[in-house]
Design a protein around this ligand. Structure first.
Ligand code: HEC
Length: 100
C-alpha cells in the first residue's frame, strides 16, 4: 500500500497563512499613516502648541480638514484626499476632539 503524506503541504500552507495574518494585524495596530505624515512634515514647526494655544483658530471638523489641506499645499506636499483625511483624524484625535 502506498500512503502518501498528503497532509504535509496543507499544514505548511495553514501555518504560513497564520503567520502572515498575525503580522498584518500587528502592523495595522502600530502604524497610523496620519500620525506618520504629521510627525514627518508638520510638527517641526508646531509640535502641538498651535492646536492647543489660547484662541486657536480651528473650531469645526470641516475647517480642520480645510486647514490640513491648505498646509499640505503650503508645505509643498500636495497630499491626496486620503492623506488629508488621515492627518485630520490624527490631529483631531490628539488635540481638538471635535465631533462636527
Ligand atoms: C513652516 C512652518 C509650518 C509648517 C511646515 C506647518 N505649519 Fe501649520 N501652522 C504654522 C503656524 C505658524 C501656524 C499658526 C498660523 C496662524 O495663527 O494663522 C499654523 C497653524 C496650523 C493650524 C491651525 C491651528 C489652529 O487651530 O489655530 C493647523 C490645523 C495646521 N497648522 C496644520 C498643519 C499641518 C497639517 C501641517 C503639515 C502639512 C502644517 N501645519 C505644517 C506653521 C507651520
Amino acid at each position: 500500500m502506498n500512503v502518501l503524506p498528503s497532509h504535509r503541504p496543507l499544514r505548511l500552507a495553514s501555518l504560513l497563512i497564520c503567520l502572515s495574518l498575525t503580522s498584518l494585524q500587528v502592523g495595522a495596530q502600530d502604524f497610523d499613516p496620519g500620525r506618520a505624515l504629521y510627525e514627518n512634515h508638520c510638527q517641526q514647526c508646531h509640535a502641538g502648541w498651535v492646536h492647543t494655544r489660547e484662541g486657536r483658530k480651528v473650531t469645526r471638523l470641516d475647517d480642520l480638514h480645510a486647514r490640513v489641506g491648505a498646509w499640505s499645499v503650503h508645505a509643498g506636499l500636495h497630499w491626496t484626499s486620503e492623506e488629508i483625511d488621515a492627518v485630520t483624524r490624527y490631529v483631531n484625535r490628539r488635540f481638538y476632539q471635535l465631533t462636527e
